[in-house]
Design a protein around this ligand. Structure first.
Ligand SMILES: Cc1cc2nc3c(=O)[nH]c(=O)nc-3n(C[C@H](O)[C@H](O)[C@H](O)COP(=O)(O)O)c2cc1C
Length: 184
């Protein structure tokens, strides 16, 4: 992407539960703008004319091993057009707070599920981004369910750290990923 100084129009479409992925989408947008692109950031639920963009980056948090449903719907519903455009995907998740073989396996499973959403859409890159775990941003019910869910992952993978609150976003790594995307 480093040769990309000629103002491509890029859409960064995101989904979010608690808001931290919006900040990631904004950051991605800033990196692209610094590199000369014209960027729009939109929630995947907003109606947009995708034909007005040269490139699209789509990202969502992982929710119970999958992208959030509106992100999946966005890709499925726009499969025909996205299959003809340069597209990159990313996901944010909690397990990447710890980088080891076990989380790598888990994260590979997340990627595989995202690739399966719309097989005609072949992203040029899949950004794997450690996200934020902030239980205060979630309802009591969701917090309980999520804690239980991450506890099960923790037991299954014998990883004592998974589920600990924190902001695990590594902005340098996110920048490197964005700058490494080769849209062709
Ligand atoms: C209901 C729920 C389910 C989640 N499921 C997973 C999961 O299966 N694996 C994982 O690594 N993280 C999981 N997470 C963590 C989120 O992916 C992570 O906190 C993300 O950074 C949240 O982004 P947001 O602030 O934009 O919503 C889950 C979070 C919630 C709220």
């Amino acid at each position: 992407m480093n040769e990309n100084k000629n103002g491509h129009k890029v859409l960064v479409a995101y989904d979010t539960e608690a808001g931290s992925t919006i900040e990631i989408a904004d950051f991605i947008g800033n990196v692209l703008s610094e590199n000369g692109d014209i960027v729009e950031i939109k929630n995947v639920s907003e109606t947009v004319d995708l034909t007005s963009y040269d490139r699209i980056i789509i990202g969502s948090p992982i929710r119970y091993d999958k992208w959030m449903s509106n992100a999946s719907k966005f890709v499925k519903n726009n499969q025909a057009i996205l299959s003809k455009m340069p597209v990159a995907f990313f996901f944010t998740c909690a397990v990447l707070a710890q980088k080891n073989d076990k989380t790598a396996r888990q994260v590979k499973g997340y990627s595989d599920k995202i690739y399966d959403i719309a097989p005609l859409v072949i992203p040029v890159s899949m950004g794997e981004i450690a996200g934020v775990l902030d239980y205060s941003k979630l309802s009591f019910g969701l917090t309980m369910i999520l804690k239980l869910y991450l506890f099960i992952i923790r037991i299954k993978d014998r990883d004592g750290e998974i589920g600990k609150e924190g902001d695990y976003r590594d902005w340098d790594a996110i920048r490197s990923w964005v700058e490494s995307i080769d849209f062709g």
